[in-house]
Design a protein around this ligand. Sequence first.
Ligand SMILES: [Zn+2]
Ligand SMILES: [Zn+2]
Length: 264
Amino acid sequence: MLVDSHCHLDHAKIGPAPEEAVRRARLAGVERIVTICTRLDRFETIKAIADPYNDVFIGVGVHPHEAGAVGIDAPEPLLALAEDPKMVGVGETGLDYFYDLAPKDAQRRSFEAHIPAARALDMPLIIHTRDADEDTVSILREHWQDGPFPILIHCFTGGQALADAVVEMDGFISLSGITTFKSADDLRAVLDTVPGDRLLVETDAPFLAPTPHRGKPNEPAFVAHTAAFWAERKGVSAADFHAQTGANFFRLFKRVPQSVPVAA
Ligand SMILES: [Zn+2]
Ligand SMILES: [Zn+2]
């Protein structure tokens, strides 16, 4: 099953309107979409987008860019929002030292507050990490000692040590359009070492459209290009790659139903 495990249907730069994006994704064979809520006060807006569709679900967290303004310091607000069955993941949260739009200590504090929620809910901790491999690994390892929790590095752009640590902690890594760019040889070399049963695919739409749409607004339908790229690289059929990454998705996102009656 082809899944877009991470996108932002509410983002103003999404190519088509959300309804059109979902329609085109279905036509492209995308059977589940996880759209991400990047600050808790956006939940009702995202929920209104997702609610009409029984194949669209929500990850809820505070993006590291927002951690200075609306970061959280305790997991309770996430636990409360998880009473809504549309919520299937905790995040995105994490650390972004590249854009550095929020103070690093605020990013770390908010990231750490998400972890007990992911553990308690048995939902993936959806991690955004950029230029912050070392701090990400040390925070994950430290909290891992208090008990395991499901880990997903979305839009992976990290190094080998991060990939190794995530695999060691039974975590998953998601392939975005970046991995299809000509210039991404070093990144692909790292990703080639990740076992096939730990890989997901995503668009991160409206950002980072994969080849051949690079530079244009991204949309969930385009996840098919990233999947096709990796199927070819791994020497398997697209159907087999969809089956594997789809199965991985359901092992990680346990709350997403494996069969849903999708409206025409
Ligand atoms: Zn992100
Ligand atoms: Zn995102």
